[in-house]
Design a protein around this ligand. Structure first.
Ligand SMILES: Nc1ncnc2c1ncn2[C@@H]1O[C@H](COP(=O)(O)OP(=O)(O)O)[C@@H](O)[C@H]1O
Ligand SMILES: [Mg+2]
Length: 440
């Protein structure tokens, strides 16, 4: 991907375009008057080498044309500069290029001029104009659009692509087995996801519906929803699907990157142009349903706003506050296809499983006495009890974890939670629903 943005609407880009057009009009067009050349502003995707390398030469263009190649030509007013990607691959380059198209032995040439300029904040940008024969405009437009699509299309990578976060991608590491939840819930979720991709797409197509499915994982904080997303991401990457994670957390300097609809839209367009089965993970859906953008987010859930690729797009949203997602979302058919409630630990067996998992080699049979007290708490709480206890052992150089230290760790965390809940209740003047761990 080029790291240089395409042209903006600023004065500097206009000046640059004016210069390129003046040259075309003085030097190029007079030599080809019979072609009725028209100057078009065009996408910088056409000068991206990786796009051109991927462009299918058999791609049918309007009028029966096919793209056959590019030739560099001399042009004194544009410097030739090649821009390398971070990995050292050649991506876009400035210069003058003749794009060649053929139809039954007949050839059409389009001259494109691409030039760098610096905008008012001194970032490098690029402008690109093309001199296109009047009769060829439809074919050129289709060519440029396909280049645009290839430019944003992603090949599956073994990483999750992050939209709106500080980093660009991550490798999910959660194993399905590490997640302690009722087996039926886990197998229902995985079953839903896998049958959508493996069997569902054809059904959607037969019914003439967009292959777009939307699931919601709802539950109080710390029950394992993010873990489930991560494990599903891993499952999907193993099958070479495209996985996209929409991060609501990162806010830019002007608050522009928080929970904004543009991120959802970006994720959907990446999925749509990828042409691979795509999984979109949208954490904290409730945060996106703020007043200004709620209507448009609901439209997306309806599938009205988005083009969906044929291979299928599955959106998995999560929420810690299902009460923030009102009936318009939950009850209306077609908006969310299925809601899974991710519960706090329900059985002693699960509580013990989790405690053992997080205590690791420090686990002792005596610790089992704490298990009944852990039922009703989310996994994150049980993990905290274990981690806190283990840090005590490390700080005090104890050879092993005694039951007393473990129990004390539980009591401390329980009190902290209760104090926090009381504080929140007092502040809000009412019970805080679903807004904390509840031990019942
Ligand atoms: N069901 C669970 N099984 C195992 N560990 C869990 C579970 N739920 C939570 N945890 C632990 O708590 C941490 C936070 O859980 P997370 O998945 O982020 O919760 P949520 O997204 O529901 O708020 C996890 O990384 C994991 O260590
Ligand atoms: Mg989470």
């Amino acid at each position: 991907m080029p790291n240089i943005a395409c042209c903006g609407n600023d004065a500097a880009s206009q000046l640059k375009v004016d210069g390129l057009v003046a040259w075309l009009e003085a030097e190029w067009m007079p030599t080809r008057v019979d072609q009725h050349l028209v100057t078009l502003n065009t996408t910088v995707a056409i000068i991206d080498d990786t796009v051109i390398a991927k462009f299918d030469r058999a791609f049918p263009l309007p009028g029966g044309y096919a793209f056959s190649g590019i030739r560099d030509i001399e042009c004194p007013i544009v410097a030739r500069v090649t821009n390398l990607s971070f990995d050292g691959d050649r991506v876009d380059r400035s210069g003058a290029f003749l794009y060649q198209f053929t139809r039954d032995g007949e050839a059409v040439d389009v001259l494109a001029l691409a030039s760098y300029y610096t905008d008012e904040v001194n970032s490098w940008r690029m402008v690109c104009v093309a001199s296109v024969p009047q009769d060829f405009i439809a074919a050129w437009h289709a060519f440029a659009r396909e280049c645009d699509r290839l430019h944003s299309a992603l090949d599956p990578t073994p990483r999750v692509i992050i939209i709106g976060g500080r980093s660009h991608s991550f490798v999910p590491t959660v194993n399905w087995d590490e997640i302690v939840l009722p087996e039926k819930l886990k197998s229902d979720i995985l079953g839903d996801v896998s049958s959508f991709f493996l069997k569902g797409i054809d059904v959607y197509k037969r019914l003439n519906l967009k292959p777009f499915r939307k699931l919601l994982l709802a539950g109080v904080p710390g029950t394992g929803k993010t873990m489930l997303c991560s494990a599903l991401a891993r499952w999907a990457l193993e099958r070479q699907y495209v996985v996209i994670y929409v991060s609501s957390a990162y806010k830019g300097p002007n608050d522009e990157y928080g929970s904004t609809f543009s991120k959802i839209q970006h994720a959907l367009s990446v999925a749509a142009s990828s042409n691979h089965p795509s999984l979109i993970l949208l954490e904290e859906l409730d945060a996106f349903l703020h007043e200004e953008e709620k209507a448009i987010v609901l439209n997306v859930l309806d599938g009205n706003e988005s083009s969906i690729n044929d291979k299928g797009t599955l959106l998995i949203a999560t929420t810690n506050y299902p009460e923030a997602i009102d009936e318009r979302v939950l009850k209306r058919p077609g908006r969310l296809d299925r809601v899974f409630i991710v519960p706090e630990t329900r059985t002693q067996l699960d509580a013990e499983h989790m405690l053992r998992q997080y205590l690791g080699i420090m686990w002792q049979e005596a610790h089992r006495a704490l298990v009944p007290a852990l039922v009703g708490y989310p996994g994150a709480f049980i993990r905290e009890v274990a981690v806190y206890a283990l840090t005590q052992v490390a700080y005090d150089d104890m050879p092993e974890l005694s039951y007393a230290v473990l129990e004390q760790s539980y009591q401390n965390l329980k009190e902290q939670l209760e104090a926090r809940d009381d504080f929140l209740k007092q502040r809000n003047g009412e019970p805080v629903l679903g807004n904390g761990y509840s031990a019942n």
